[in-house]
Design a protein around this ligand. Structure first.
Ligand code: PMP
Length: 393
């Protein structure tokens, strides 16, 4: 039976960027000792106090259908968090609770793009973006960000990419995979371009608690952008709750009302006990967020120390998020060749840059997601491997 064109072409060419990740998984399943530095998942589990709140809620009976827009108290807590962090008055009606940031990204594209409309996003990008856009029926269009600009996009490139059928631009700061954090000037440049082309701005802020240098600025905080921005947030990275699938969209009330309608006809909300656990987690305040981010802060410092001792791999010090992007072009290999050889020869799995778009070709992304000493040892091996590739034969 013929399936829809939409689903059959979700990942054209059969490549979805996860090849090295899947190969590493298969090697691990076959009993091989692989250091897994591909995926953005903490090496700690969800805090037991959060699990306690989940357990109390479930045993207390919150296991039926939950309110579709989200439990009122959680929507209020998210609204208060956003108000505090953006200075923009945000209430319950500006918030929809979603099954993770991923569902937020999909829903936000459904809300802003009709079938065939162009949905822009910045390259390098989080691996799922093109498929998420296609799943929503829109057409993915990339806007390049250059290593020499610290992977921050230029307004002129957005204008050049945005044709008459463009409806939205998705940005992500702090950025996966590059670790770039957009400053005010960058956001203002983006703002001018989206105003000129009358685009919705979709702002993926799932790494907003992982800041190593500079501070997080949400475009919702820029007055000219508040009414055209949909913020996508999540408990996954901030509270090590990746498996709980709890996130949100924050935006203008009218857009949220329609998004609630979409949720009614698609996800039907998020489990009540998960939402109660998320509420408990948010109530613990910044201290818990800092605790969850701390291992990445430490490993980022370790990575800079190790990488500064060599001169083959070029590093753009990550300002945020849980990854390090390395330029491997001096080895003469592509990112994919480097990642494949490193996995083959040293059992270390990293993501090839090209998984994140053409602008990241010649790079690899290293996730800082194993315990400190294993992370440092893996990075040292990686540096020795890179140096050996450059050594005269
Ligand atoms: N956006 C970015 C940039 C991500 O890296 C991820 C997860 N790796 C997500 C969104 C989705 O996260 P979740 O659905 O777990 O909230």
């Amino acid at each position: 039976m013929q399936l829809s064109h939409r689903i059959e072409t979700l990942t054209p060419g059969g490549s979805n960027g996860w090849e090295i990740f899947l190969k590493a998984k298969a090697m691990i399943a076959a009993g091989q000792p692989v250091i897994e530095l591909t995926i953005g998942e903490h090496d700690i589990r969800t805090d037991t106090a959060i699990l306690g709140a989940m357990d109390r809620s479930a045993r207390g009976g919150h296991t039926g259908y939950a309110e579709i827009p989200g439990v009122a108290a959680l929507r209020d807590a998210v609204a208060a968090r956003i108000t505090e962090r953006t200075g923009v008055a945000t209430g319950r009606d500006n918030v929809l609770i979603t099954p993770g940031g991923q569902a937020g990204l999909f829903s936000a594209h459904c809300a802003t793009c009709d079938a065939g409309d162009a949905a822009l996003f910045i390259d390098p990008y989080y691996v799922t973006y093109p498929g998420t856009v296609r799943a929503a029926g829109a057409r993915p269009v990339t806007v390049p960000a250059r290593p020499e600009d610290g992977f921050r996009p230029r307004g002129a490139d957005i204008l050049a990419a945005a044709g008459a059928d463009a409806k939205s631009l998705l940005i992500n700061t702090p950025n996966n995979p590059t670790g770039a954090v957009y400053d005010r000037e960058t956001l203002e440049g983006i703002g001018r371009a989206v105003l000129e082309r009358d685009l919705w701005l979709l702002s993926d802020e799932v790494y907003d608690t992982q800041l190593w240098d500079g501070s997080h600025l949400s475009p919702r905080a820029l007055p000219e952008l508040t009414d055209r921005t949909l913020v996508i947030g999540s408990m996954s990275k901030s509270h090590a709750m990746t498996g709980s699938r709890c996130g949100w969209i924050v935006g203008p009330e009218e857009a949220i009302a329609h998004l609630i309608n979409l949720a009614t006809h698609t996800t039907y909300g998020v489990p009540g006990f998960v939402q109660d656990a998320a509420l408990f987690a948010l109530e613990q305040g910044d201290a818990l967020e800092a605790e969850v981010a701390a291992p990445f802060r430490r490993r980022r410092a370790l990575a800079l120390e190790i990488l500064n001792r060599q001169n083959v791999l070029r590093l753009l010090p990550p300002q945020g998020a849980m990854y390090v992007m390395l330029d491997v072009r001096a080895t003469g290999m592509t990112g994919l060749e480097f990642a494949e050889a490193l996995l083959e020869q040293h059992r270390i799995a990293v993501m090839p840059g090209a998984s994140f778009g053409a602008a990241a070709a010649g790079h690899i992304r290293v996730a800082m997601t194993v315990e400190d000493s294993a992370f440092a040892a893996a990075l040292e091996t990686l540096c020795r491997f890179a140096a050996s590739c450059c050594a005269p034969a």
